[in-house]
Design a protein around this ligand. Structure first.
Ligand SMILES: *Cc1c(COP(=O)(O)O)cnc(C)c1O
Length: 407
């Protein structure tokens, strides 16, 4: 019997790592571009010129946040597409030049869009190396460098992990790769490209592409209170890449197809809004998350944190996403708990929503060394802009009662 408690009056959404609602200000910015300014940005008449100038204004705004040049920003239809373009596009670019297949490196805790792109390449004869993280979810730059081969084309490391929130030392890896590339140049070897999937990081971390030392950076709207199916790929000038989608040659020929003008405007607005409030919102989320964990732990002493420690910092830098919590409740099946909590108007995740449908246990938690029992008893909670102390207190009150009734 489930406890007879009234569900919370409004939905308690704690799965912002899966996707976010659309910020009303973003929606407002997008509104003119369906009924009023609906021209094709390639058109030469006023309707087209207005649409094009909206796209270019969005590109300029995003470029300034990434400290990039405007021509280094390519719009796509989401994070997965950006990742596919980065990985498959650089492999194709290499193949076109060298007429042979090469080697790619990624961390073992990448998003499915990275891992499945690499799997597709492996099936086409490319060599793939995956670097395991330590038990807290951090990839060691040394391990990445050790895996390099003369024919390595690309290294891909997720900026912040979507399940346990671990923030990778991207700038450090970027610097090491730059030094390796200088040596490779002397040996007449082609340079290794560096891609980072920053879809989870965009809300919380500094996206300065040059400080990160990345050649390619994937971002999307659906994780930062922007529209779904919008995204971008930062492509550093000089990076050799082939397109995946052919057509009218839009986006410098790297992503053909009429641009999603409203979506692009929304993506830029979302990134502007989140970048402005980043530091303050991080502090608020850390406060709420740590309060939640401390109080839940005092009621349920046997819960076990997965991933980085909550107070872990490295020379003042965050090591875990401020909104992320992932933990085991021994003896409980995480997936069942998601369904039970839903009855009380609480939405949480078990791991990666992107693998949903497949009830496969999380590969990320396995890569951290967790056994299958521990993986299955894990849940992920990711807070967001509208998360309040009241909501979390309701959760803290209901969870122990719910667990007691399930025993
Ligand atoms: C959500 C996500 C993606 C995929 O983005 P879509 O916009 O859903 O295609 C890729 N990488 C990471 C880390 C993500 O969190």
């Amino acid at each position: 019997m489930l406890p007879k408690l009234k569900p919370y009056k409004t939905p308690i959404y704690l799965d912002h790592a899966a996707t976010t609602y659309l910020d009303p200000l973003v929606e407002k910015a997008m509104r003119p571009f369906w009924q009023k300014i609906y021209g094709n940005p390639s058109g030469l008449y006023r309707q087209g010129v207005e649409a094009k100038s909206a796209v270019e204004a969005a590109r300029k705004s995003i470029a300034s946040i990434l400290r990039a040049r405007t021509e280094e920003i390519i719009f796509t239809a989401g994070g997965a597409e950006s990742v596919n373009l980065a990985i498959l596009g650089s492999a194709r670019g290499y193949f076109k030049r060298h007429k042979k297949r090469g080697h790619l490196i990624a961390s073992a805790i990448e998003h499915a869009s990275v891992l499945h792109s690499l799997k597709a390449l492996r099936e086409e004869g490319w060599k793939i190396s995956l670097i395991g993280p330590d038990t807290r979810g951090f990839v060691q730059p040394n391990e990445v460098i050790k895996a390099l081969r003369p024919d390595t084309v690309l290294v891909s490391v997720i900026f912040a992990n979507n399940e346990v929130g671990s923030i990778q030392p991207i700038a450090q890896i970027g610097r090491r790769l730059k030094a390796e590339n200088a040596k490779r140049k002397a040996q007449n070897l082609h340079p290794v490209l560096f891609h980072s999937d920053a879809c989870q990081a965009a809300g919380a971390l500094d996206l300065n592409a040059h400080k990160l030392g990345a050649d390619l950076l994937s971002l999307n709207g659906g994780k930062i209170y922007g529209p779904k199916q919008t995204g971008l790929l930062f492509i550093k000038t000089g990076t050799i890449l082939e397109p995946l989608i052919y057509g009218g040659g839009q986006e410098r020929g790297l992503r053909s197809g009429t641009q999603n003008v409203a979506g692009i405007v929304g993506l830029a607005k979302a990134l502007e809004l989140i970048s402005k409030k980043r530091v303050r919102e991080n502090r608020r989320l850390i406060g709420l998350r740590n309060y939640f964990w401390k109080n839940l732990q005092s009621k349920l002493p046997d819960i076990i944190l997965n991933g980085p420690k909550l107070d872990e910092k490295h020379s003042g830098k965050l090591k875990r996403l401020p909104n992320n919590l992932n933990f085991q409740i021994p003896g409980v099946e995480g997936e069942s708990l998601v369904f039970y909590l839903d009855r009380y108007n609480i939405a949480i995740g078990t791991g990666s929503a992107c693998d949903s449908g497949q009830s496969e246990p999380s590969g990320v938690l396995k890569a951290l060394g967790l056994g299958s029992k521990a993986v299955k008893s894990s849940i992920r909670i990711s807070l967001g802009k509208r998360t309040t102390l009241f909501q979390l207190n309701f959760f803290i009150e209901i969870l122990p009662k719910l667990l007691a009734s399930l025993k």
